[in-house]
Write a protein that binds this ligand. Structure first.
Ligand SMILES: [Zn+2]
Ligand SMILES: [Zn+2]
Length: 60
C-alpha cells in the first residue's frame, strides 16, 4: 500500500465529512471562506448514524 491513498472512507468515519475533507470538488462551488452547510450541519448536530461507515479496523 505504499503511496496509495484509498479514496473510500475508513470504518467509523463519517462518509460525508470524509469526502468533503478529501474531495476538493465537493467544496468547489463554495465561495472564498464560505462555509459548507453540510459540514456545518455535522459540526453542530453531529454525524447521522447512516453516514458512519460500518465495520471496525480490528484494534479491539
Ligand atoms: Zn459528518
Ligand atoms: Zn463540506
Amino acid at each position: 500500500m505504499p503511496g496509495t491513498i484509498a479514496m473510500s472512507p475508513p470504518p467509523g468515519e463519517c462518509a460525508q465529512c470524509w469526502r468533503h475533507a478529501y474531495d476538493r470538488e465537493v467544496h468547489a462551488h463554495l465561495g472564498w471562506r464560505e462555509d459548507c452547510p453540510e459540514c456545518v450541519d455535522h459540526m453542530v448536530t453531529g454525524h447521522p448514524p447512516h453516514l458512519i461507515v460500518p465495520g471496525r479496523r480490528g484494534w479491539w
